[in-house]
Design a protein around this ligand. Structure first.
Ligand code: SF4
Ligand code: MG
Length: 332
């Protein structure tokens, strides 16, 4: 697969009255054409800021301090506001958690989708309307001609989210960034929306960057996973490897605190402590105050993201000399 997006050592910091918040602190990864990849982490881990940085939507007091964002070889950080606006929607589209706040209540659904189509493609209103109805149909909306003339508030949450996806995909983007796209929806609708995104990925080869705190959604959806903690990637591998044998204690903690359908009576263990105050990040490994495996070295030296093999990276001293199985460590 060819690389669509390359993120290289991205640093996005917020300059607040109390100091500098390193929300994204040296993040690197790439997304290939047609790939589905997820960033997982608790709130405040930097996952949303990573996606906003790619979209060129980081607002003051935040700014990209350093790093490169190459989309099909073009450096996004070097584009003008106008060039970036053109790219957004056309080549990269984004859907958010709250469809009601992202849709304009004053205009009909159809009006908003066709405006977005007209903005990015040079087509007549008639063609734009036709395309909009096709798109609504594609995202599984019944009676799309009727929904076309409806206002957002008259639709259910699931319908609005479908409308958002239709709008995001109406310009056939190469990359779809979905930030907690199903968090506000009930489980059935959530499953439908995820299924829909998977279909579109297969049919149109749209690459997907999914931002979520939910490992269940990750297991359903993606090929590759990055786990973020305190502004950094702490683990990066394919979804099967991650679930079979997580190498970072934080990843393992996330898994132990995620309910599994087939283990209903097993006790869920939550990760002790809270995410660190970003204004005073812990020295050494940023996870050490919460880590059950922490050693002396962890308190003083910050681990790099180490390559265990071609397909698995982890930021943890435990694996410095040789790969360790965390399940065995817990038992012993
Ligand atoms: Fe835990 Fe140390 Fe690994 Fe950090 S480096 S996750 S503190 S064992
Ligand atoms: Mg978020």
């Amino acid at each position: 697969m060819t690389k669509l997006l390359e993120v290289m050592d991205l640093k996005t910091h917020f300059h607040t009255g109390s100091g500098v918040v390193p929300s994204v602190d040296g993040v690197s990864f790439d997304i290939k054409k047609g790939e589905k990849i997820a960033i997982v982490g608790e709130s405040g881990s930097g996952k949303s800021v990573t996606s906003l940085s790619i979209m060129g939507l980081v607002g003051s007091p935040g700014r990209i301090e350093d790093g490169k964002l190459a989309f099909e070889g073009k450096d996004l950080t070097k584009l003008s506001k106008k060039e970036m606006r053109k790219l957004r929607g056309n080549e990269i589209a984004m859907i958010f958690q709250e469809p009601l706040t992202s849709l304009n209540p004053l205009f009909t659904v159809g009006n908003q989708i066709s405006e977005s189509i007209k903005l990015h493609q040079k087509v007549t209103s008639k063609v734009a309307k036709q395309k909009s109805i096709e798109m609504l149909e594609k995202v599984g909306i019944p009676r799309p001609d009727k929904i076309f003339s409806s206002y957002p508030h008259s639709l259910s949450g699931g319908m609005r989210q479908r409308v958002m996806i239709a709008m995001a995909l109406s310009c056939n983007p190469k990359l779809l960034i979905a930030d907690e796209p199903t968090t506000a929806l009930d489980v059935t609708i959530q499953a439908q929306i995820l299924e829909l995104m998977k279909d579109l990925n297969e049919e149109l080869e749209t690459s997907i960057l999914l931002i979520t705190h939910d490992l269940g959604v990750v297991a359903e959806m993606v090929d590759t996973v990055m786990v973020m903690y305190a502004g950094q990637i702490v683990e990066h591998t394919d979804v099967y490897t991650l679930f079979r044998e997580p190498k970072h204690p934080y990843t393992k903690g996330l898994m132990d605190s995620t309910p599994k359908v087939h283990m209903l009576d097993e006790e869920l263990v939550s990760i002790e402590g809270t995410v660190p105050n970003p204004l005073s990040m812990p020295k050494g490994c940023r996870f050490h105050p919460r880590c059950q495996f922490a050693m002396d070295k962890c308190v003083s030296e910050q681990p790099e993201l180490m390559e265990l093999n071609d397909n698995h990276k982890v930021r943890c001293w435990l694996h410095e000399e040789k790969e360790v199985n965390l399940h065995d460590l817990v038992k012993s």
